[in-house]
Write a new protein. Structure first.
Length: 265
């Protein structure tokens, strides 16, 4: 039985997927399963997934019609056998000791473990996060983690909204799945997972390599979908007002303003 299930949604990434998969099959932590969800790729990505499944029996491949990122992740969650679940985007890659380092905090019953990341661009320029912090590990409970992400001083936050720099206890997903038709879908599950967790560990180690391609969604122009997403995110803060009253209206407005600035609205 694997200890960590790593879910990798795959769609038309033939240029990058081998780099991603090589970083996973060569992990120093061996008790993993790698679930590749081919979301209707029209290039050779699906065939490459099958190649890796033939050479490593920890690799499982699902081929499905195109349904989007949320659907692909949900399909992976549905069949995951690990004690923890992690996500890796198929054009990214990870440090070879990422999952060994993260799983070591199972000993103190961590529900979520997150890490720092490096952002890599098409021109191979590497943008690292702030390394001036002196401590190596920080522990949060659920309320502290939500305050860290959504709070008034969230520019200095350790807890990121993305799902791919974390591992999660599988049972956290018992009644949580990624939503369909949402822009930047990570934000709609992260706060729920944080609220359900009792102990969250953050590692000040850059273990994940995030590949920012030119023209990717995060840099896309304004659209009606962005406005809809803005309305949806107000629902997040209705939840937080009820569950985490320490996150006040000023914090909420700062978060929403940063979100709108991200899309240059």
């Amino acid at each position: 039985m694997p200890l960590i299930s790593i879910i990798v949604p795959v769609y038309n990434v033939e240029q990058y997927i081998r780099r991603c998969l090589d970083s996973l099959i060569n992990q120093t932590f061996k008790e993993i399963e790698i679930i590749l969800v081919d979301d209707g790729s029209t290039d050779s990505s699906g065939r490459i997934c099958d190649e890796y499944a033939k050479i490593d029996d920890r690799v499982k491949v699902i081929h499905k019609e195109n349904g989007g990122l949320s659907d692909a992740r949900n399909k992976g969650i549905d069949i995951a056998q690990g004690e923890y679940i992690g996500f890796v985007d198929s054009d990214d890659f990870v440090s070879l000791d990422m999952f060994q380092y993260m799983y070591s905090y199972n000993d103190i019953k961590a529900d979520i473990v997150s890490c720092e990341y490096k952002k890599i661009y098409d021109n191979n320029k590497i943008n690292t996060r702030d390394k001036s912090k002196k401590i190596n590990v920080k522990e949060f409970n659920n309320i502290e983690a939500l305050e860290n992400y959504f709070g008034e001083y969230s520019d200095k936050r350790e807890i990121q909204v993305v799902v791919w720099n974390k591992i999660y206890k599988k049972e956290l997903f018992e009644d949580i799945r990624f939503p369909f038709g949402k822009l930047y879908e990570d934000g709609y599950v992260t706060y729920k997972l944080l609220y359900k967790a009792k102990k969250i560990i953050h590692l000040y180690e850059e273990l994940y390599y995030y590949f920012q391609r030119e023209g990717s969604l995060i840099r896309s122009e304004f659209s009606l979908n962005v406005l809809k997403s803005y309305d949806d995110r107000r629902e997040i803060f209705r939840f937080l007002y009820d569950k985490v009253p320490s996150i006040n209206s000023k914090s909420a407005q700062l978060y929403i303003n940063k979100y709108l600035a991200l899309y240059k609205i």
